[in-house]
Design a protein around this ligand. Structure first.
Ligand SMILES: [Zn+2]
Length: 105
């Protein structure tokens, strides 16, 4: 059984393509009703996945898919943060695992 393979496959909410979860950007929605970009896919709570593609982000914004899925309101600023991460990834090829979020709470 391909249990392991399946466990790492996630679906982009914008284009519905299935990918390894490490190739997708996770947006986490924690128990504290905090929405955040979960670069390492380690945050608890619900989450959605998005390709590292501006097209997918634009689609998600237009259709409000993330908001519907997580049942929350997302600010324009947050979408721009996501865009920044996507562009960053595009330019560097990898995401730097720096600790700019502080990692607390
Ligand atoms: Zn996509």
């Amino acid at each position: 059984m391909n249990k392991e393979k399946k466990a790492f496959t996630r679906t982009c909410i914008a284009c519905n393509s299935k990918k390894n979860k490490y190739e997708l950007l996770r947006i986490a929605y924690t128990k504290n009703n905090e929405i955040s970009i979960d670069k390492d896919s380690k945050k608890e709570g619900r989450g959605i996945y998005l390709c590292y593609k501006p097209e997918c982000l634009d689609k998600a914004i237009k259709t409000k898919k993330i908001e519907k899925k997580l049942n929350t309101i997302i600010s324009e600023d947050f979408y721009e943060d996501i865009r920044g991460v996507i562009i960053d990834k595009k330019e560097t090829g990898t995401i730097q695992n720096d600790k700019q979020n502080g990692g607390d709470i």
